[in-house]
Design a protein around this ligand. Sequence first.
Ligand SMILES: Nc1ncnc2c1ncn2[C@@H]1O[C@H](COP(=O)(O)OP(=O)(O)OP(=O)(O)O)[C@@H](O)[C@H]1O
Length: 346
Amino acid sequence: MLALESATVRFGGRTALDAVDLQVAEHEIVCVLGPSGSGKSTLLRVVAGLQPMDGGRVLLGGADQAGVPVHRRGLGLMFQDHQLFPHRDAGANVAFGLRMHGAGRAERESGVAELLDLVGLPGAGRRAVAALSGGEQQRVALARALAPSPKLLMLDEPLGQLDRSLRERLVVELRTLFGRLGTTVLAVTHDQGEAFALADRVVVMREGRIAQTGTPLEVWQRPASAFVARFLGFDNVVDAEVTGTVADTVWGKVAVAEGEWQGPCELLVRPAGVRIGAPRDGLRCTVEARTFRGHHVSVLLRPERGPVLEAACALRDTPQEGAAVGVTFDVAETVVLAPAGEPSGK
Ligand SMILES: Nc1ncnc2c1ncn2[C@@H]1O[C@H](COP(=O)(O)OP(=O)(O)OP(=O)(O)O)[C@@H](O)[C@H]1O
């Protein structure tokens, strides 16, 4: 459906997109994630035709889009800088999306009602945009973007302004809706929870390049680098030297799975794999802090040597602050992070 080939954009001396290759298949939902300034919005703008490229190609359905203006690309856009018309009602905003598609008046009226139903706002056509809640406005914006039955729907921080509980609910609704309609989606977000809940595939960007791409589960289970691991919020990363199934680290020897990358690298131990036991068992640590996280308690441990460690504990197993404990590591939760540019062992 969509292919970017070596897409490159420079702003002065800065390379915002550095020869990016990306494909989105029909009916696929792809979420682009990354820290601020990593090039996410630039990528979306290039596909939309809002940002000229310094090199590379954008193909939609196999057709090169060079010289094709934004309104002729058959895209649905829900961008932060394409907000709703505040002085028109919800229906008129959605009708705008249909008019862009060349629909006649009668077709527009039935289309508006249908689209508002679809996004969970039945009968809201006459409501003033200014009188709608943030979540309702997002739904109207979505209905407007879906109105022309776009080949590809592009979303920029679709739920960015909303509070967490509403976002969590809407993201599930969106995924269901896109699945039902068979919509192909390219979305950009800096919220990994949102991306992981919405996407069939996530693309993690770093400084204008793709750092990793895979299903949410693949990326979560096997971050490709320390950058991706840290971006996902995993901070238990340490230098290591792997020989066979043992990683030598400042925390001691840590078991790793067979077939991992060998030699100097970094090692991630997910908090769920940090086992807390009696002080004489394993690496000696002191409990520095405990944070209640709902389903578990996050325990911050200061080891006798090396960087701090986070452990995820069940409520009833949580040690007291200041307690001396011993730590061992669960091989199922360790991930060898091969050096940049090297394929990981697995
Ligand atoms: N119009 C512009 N002129 C100059 N530099 C720009 C312009 N647009 C983006 N940049 C630069 O290009 C880089 C990538 O920007 P981009 O907006 O694509 O990042 P982003 O990942 O979307 O960030 P954010 O999450 O903060 O929106 C940044 O270094 C940014 O400063």
